[in-house]
Design a protein around this ligand. Structure first.
Ligand code: NOJ
Length: 747
């Protein structure tokens, strides 16, 4: 009788009260928790994948559907499409308390429409476009039944050997914070509860990008000051942007796996930052603590993870198999379980799944988003903005090769990426893995813009990654017959991404040999580089006159690239990560310390901090990128040479002129150096930027405001402080700028 009554109450609450917006989700969650058995509570903390392998080993069981019906599964990942999500949701709704499941997926850079990989998008330094890309991805994913994306990855990454650099915003903390916010705002749109908004997930908490040696999943060992100063701020920014969820990381931090790291999850995230959402483990990471040597068995692992604040178990089954016993043994207090359940239920309430568990399963919306022309148009635009022009030297004629006229030319398109389809997607385009037919190849994009008076020749030349040179002969023949060569080289999409660390960042296979052979024809070459990370291509930089870093641009790659080649769009991308000269320089980043023995210049090797066999500078610095036009930045003025620590504000002004032959955009960057500190401070730190458009010949003045908040840092007691003293300010169009002024931060 009591049981029946409970069920009636539950149904009443689920179907009626939860449908009304005004009731506080906390109260609703609490009332539901009161009705739940321990098994049902543990069920909410359990997440299973669907039946295909994504990024880990799949453990299948024949009774998954039965478990869902018993309320033992709170969420699933990798279930794609309204039909499939509806089918599983219907089963979840047969559970005793009718609690819907959340469906999650890695929607990393687009869903139906694939956008540039996140590192490439960051090269646009265009926060509004980055937000829009996430907005479209969310709208498409939500139309296919998804409630949750495991994005954005906000890990700072200073090591391009680490394959996951492609998934983040690069090496800089300031830029990383802004991009994190833009992506979260895009994914979550006008807020959870709207049918085009999905929950975002700030990952991987924390310091995953600092894996020793750049080897994925490896340990992280760093000072707490460094952790707080460099790696945690984008996560804090995510909380400020109201991110719904966090995912913890595979690595250990100073000996404690992130999954069981109380300091970062309980003290910082849920404590200091007051994060109200829930934390999902990474795939199997709770169970992996056994291999780490941090847990004896899955019982021990489950205990350590839940106590440390990991709310949901992705795929390890440690919670499912052990939490009940842990509670019965008095090892885990029920209040800890209740807290985790409550965090998850609140999100289900906010998504309004109790009101309508199938509100994301709408065939009509799915159809609308299946081939959305507007979304493709935007993919083309953000693709253009992501491309970085690394080099465009004048030819003997005095003008550079780019932009190329589409008239009266024989152009040879050579290389394994010219006709590639799916390679343009790069890693993490998992919703539609066989999407080749929708992708605009580089060949198609270039051909579609070519004037009738021109001829296109093609040769693949070689594969991406083998030793086969049989295609060289044909490629050389095409090159000889052409006026100009567009050579498209790079790394394969399965070479950057999860578990795709590389110790060698050169062009794989025989691609560089092909380049050298083509170069011998003495024809002008435009080199396109396709990759998810900074590659090392010194020979090319030393010999090839024009180089575009095209990353992996997604569905519209070919059109975006053609727009830039033919000058429909004047490139303005800037590198969000330093490009090393050799692997031996890694990690290399612009905001390093000066050391006690800084080298005077690149040739200074006299007992200074330098390599005897290499320059200290990167091949291309952070913030670098050219345009078809030229910009002159000058006349740096500060409104005062003093800034008061209390309510002060300083304005820095520069003049910028487009002195070249084309209209174009420039990213004007502001860096600051704190000259003397209670802890050593970086030689430069990005603190602001503006992307502006100037017509040919046009000038403008630009102002930046600096406040004491911009100058704060963590001292050795991990206190975030301002310190009075001398500062330098730099403004320019890359981190290499020398245009500078000085001011004092005063009391
Ligand atoms: C493992 C990856 O580290 C994580 O980023 C991803 O979200 C999960 N697998 C789910 O696919």
């Amino acid at each position: 009788m009591k049981k029946t009554l409970q069920i009636i109450i539950a149904i009443f609450i689920c179907l009626n009260i939860f449908g009304q917006k005004k009731i506080n989700p906390e109260v609703q969650a609490d009332s539901l928790i009161r009705l739940m058995t321990l098994d049902e509570k543990i069920g909410q903390l359990n997440q299973y994948t669907s039946d295909w392998e994504a990024t880990g080993k799949i453990t299948t069981e024949n009774d998954k559907e039965i478990q869902i019906r018993q309320g033992k599964v709170g969420s699933m990942l990798n279930v794609i499409g309204t039909e499939k999500t509806r089918k599983l949701q219907e089963i979840a709704m047969q559970s005793r308390l009718h609690i819907p499941m959340i469906f999650g997926l890695d929607v990393i850079h687009g869903f139906r429409t694939t956008f540039p990989v996140p590192l490439a998008e960051t090269a646009s330094w265009d926060l509004a476009s980055i937000e829009k890309s996430a907005r479209i991805a969310a709208t498409e994913a939500a139309a296919f039944g998804e409630h949750w994306t495991f994005a954005p990855m906000v890990d700072i990454a200073r090591d391009p050997r680490w394959g996951r650099v492609m998934e983040g915003a690069g090496e800089d903390t300031y830029l990383g914070c802004l991009v994190a916010k833009a992506r979260i705002n895009g994914f979550q749109g006008k807020g959870l509860g709207n049918v085009d908004a999905v929950m975002a997930c700030a990952k991987h908490f924390a310091a995953y990008g600092a894996a020793i040696g750049g080897r994925d999943y490896n340990s992280v060992d760093m000072s707490l000051r460094q952790l707080n100063e460099t790696y945690l701020p984008p996560f804090k920014a995510a909380v400020e942007a109201n991110v719904a969820t966090f995912m913890n990381s595979f690595n250990d931090i100073n000996g404690i796996p992130a999954t069981a790291n109380k300091y970062i999850q309980r003290d910082i995230l849920k404590g200091q930052w007051n994060f109200k959402g829930f934390v999902v483990s990474d795939w199997g990471s709770i169970g992996e603590m056994i291999a780490h040597g941090y847990a004896k068995n899955s019982y021990d692992a489950a205990m350590k993870a839940i106590i440390a604040g990991s709310d949901m178990d992705m795929e390890s089954r440690c919670y499912r198999d052990n939490l009940k016993q842990l509670v019965q043994d008095g090892k885990v207090d029920i209040s800890i379980i209740d807290e985790a359940v409550k965090r998850i239920l609140i999100k289900k309430i906010e998504l309004r799944l109790f009101q309508d568990p199938y509100r994301f399963c709408n065939l009509e919306r799915e159809k609308q988003q299946t081939n959305n022309a507007e979304n493709r148009k935007f993919a083309r635009e953000i693709g253009e903005k992501s491309i970085v022009l690394l080099k465009n030297d004048p030819q003997t004629s005095g003008t550079p090769i780019l932009p190329l006229s589409s008239k009266n030319k024989t152009i040879a398109l050579i290389g394994p990426f010219i006709k590639a389809t799916i390679a343009n997607h790069g890693f993490w385009s998992i919703a539609f893995p066989d999407d080749s037919a929708r992708i605009i190849t580089q060949y198609q994009g270039i051909k579609s813009q070519l004037d009738k008076s021109s001829t296109l020749l093609y040769s693949m030349g070689c594969n991406v990654n083998d030793n086969n040179k049989t295609g060289f002969e044909d490629a050389i023949k095409m090159a000889k017959a052409a006026d100009v060569i567009i050579l498209s080289l790079g790394e394969a999409p399965n070479m950057s991404g999860e578990a795709k660390s590389r110790s060698n960042l050169q062009l794989p296979g025989v691609q560089e040999e092909l380049l050298k052979e083509i170069y011998k024809t003495e024809k002008p070459i435009v080199l396109l580089l396709n990759a998810g990370r900074p590659l090392i291509f010194n020979w090319a930089v030393d010999h090839v006159p024009s180089i575009l870093y095209t990353w992996w641009l997604g569905t519209e790659a070919g059109n975006s690239i053609a727009d830039v080649i033919f000058g429909k769009y004047n490139p303005a991308g800037k590198l969000p990560i330093s490009f090393p000269r050799t692997e031996g320089q890694i990690p290399i980043y612009y905001n390093h310390f000066n050391t006690g023995r800084p080298a005077k210049d690149e040739n200074d090797k006299n007992y200074v901090s330098a390599y005897i066999d290499l320059q200290n500078s990167p091949r291309f610095p952070f913030g670098y990128g050219l345009s078809y036009t030229d910009f002159n930045i000058s006349n740096l003025k500060l409104s005062s040479d003093q800034l008061s620590i209390n309510e002060g504000k300083l304005t820095a002004t520069i003049d910028i002129k487009n002195t070249g032959n084309y209209d174009g955009e420039e990213v004007v960057q502001l860096y600051i150096r704190d000259l003397v500190g209670c802890v050593v401070r970086p030689v430069k730190e990005l603190k602001g930027f503006q992307k502006i458009f100037l017509r040919k010949g046009e000038s403008k003045s630009l102002s930046f405001t600096i406040t004491p908040a911009d100058l704060k840092f963590y001292n050795d007691q991990i206190k975030y402080i301002n310190e009075t003293g001398d500062y330098e300010i730099f403004i320019g169009n890359s981190s290499n700028t020398n245009l500078k002024g000085n001011f004092k931060l005063t009391l």
